[in-house]
Design a protein around this ligand. Structure first.
Ligand SMILES: NC(=O)c1ccc[n+]([C@@H]2O[C@H](COP(=O)([O-])OP(=O)(O)OC[C@H]3O[C@@H](n4cnc5c(N)ncnc54)[C@H](O)[C@@H]3O)[C@@H](O)[C@H]2O)c1
Length: 262
């Protein structure tokens, strides 16, 4: 018989909003959170995808809600947050995971592409943090985990607006960690290396995946690798950790791969 989630895990009865939870890393986080007892609100512009994940979670006997939201509209973020509060009465955890990228030479990005990449990857997370702050400040407790990237620490070639926005996520994390510390709200950032998800497959050429796997000391990651770190940073196990950028990257940022060494 298939094992059901137990509802007695490390996030028992915590209400978590996961942006981008309809796919890839976000979906992995939703499933892992539900398995740890969390109640999950999946905030994504892909409503049908979010509903699919909700059904998967409910089949395991856990609570979940799909909320349609386009992160490029601050008003929709406020409405989505209000909907979660109306439904579950509180918000304990925010996971800012939704993101998008495309690759080209820096001088080729249009104004519209710059706007979209900055809005989805940086403005959206900022607005979502602001939206959940009043509830977390009122309770004097909360966990915010931003999903950055190794592009928050190093430059990824031919992804200038994405790398700039993800560096911004590092600043957002440290700044809010300090400003929200009087309220016991932890703000941390996970920096994933290459994880095989629709984003990476769609944004890159097939040989990119092969090269990424070769360049990563531990190969490609899985959404569950990121999800387990997100559970840690959302649980009481990390209560004295804030403002941290945690690479979960198979060793990519630890390693210089220069051809003359090989
Ligand atoms: N896959 C990787 O290798 C990798 C590496 C480093 C960082 N990341 C980061 O991890 C996060 C998740 O990436 P993924 O690979 O799982 O991607 P994915 O494409 O599989 O999932 C992204 C999700 O975000 C949602 N989304 C995109 N734009 C949105 C918007 N404007 N409003 C609301 N929802 C929106 C999509 O609908 C989708 O469900 C992103 O922030 C990405 O930058 C991914």
């Amino acid at each position: 018989m298939e094992e059901k989630f137990t509802n007695s895990g490390r996030l028992s009865d915590k209400v978590a909003i996961v942006t981008g939870g309809a796919s890839g890393i976000g979906e992995g986080i939703c499933m892992e959170f539900a398995s740890q007892g969390a109640i999950v609100a999946i905030a994504d512009m892909n409503y049908h995808g979010a509903v699919r994940v909700v059904k998967n979670i409910q089949e395991q006997g856990c609570q979940a809600l799909a909320v349609e939201v386009d992160l490029t509209y601050q008003k929709q973020i406020m409405e989505a947050t209000a909907k979660v509060l109306e439904h579950f009465s509180t918000i304990d955890i925010l996971i800012n995971c939704a993101g998008w990228s495309c690759f080209k030479a820096a001088h080729e990005f249009t104004v519209e592409e710059w706007e979209k990449l900055r809005t989805v990857n940086l403005d959206g997370p900022w607005h979502f943090c602001q939206a959940v702050m009043p509830e977390m400040m009122k309770k004097r407790r909360g966990k915010i985990v931003n999903i950055g990237s190794i592009a928050s620490i190093q430059a990824i070639p031919k992804a200038a607006p994405y790398s700039i926005a993800k560096h911004g996520i590092a600043g957002l994390t440290r700044t809010l960690a300090v400003d929200l510390s009087p309220y016991n709200i932890n703000v941390n950032c996970i920096c994933p290396g290459p994880v095989e998800t629709p984003l990476l497959i769609k944004a890159t050429k097939p040989e990119f995946m092969k090269r990424s796997a070769e360049r990563s000391p531990l190969g490609l990651g899985k959404p569950s690798d990121i999800a387990k770190a997100a559970v840690f940073l959302s649980s009481s196990d990390s209560d004295w950790i804030t403002g941290v950028l945690l690479p979960v990257d198979g060793g990519v940022t630890a390693c210089i791969r220069a051809h003359h060494y090989e």
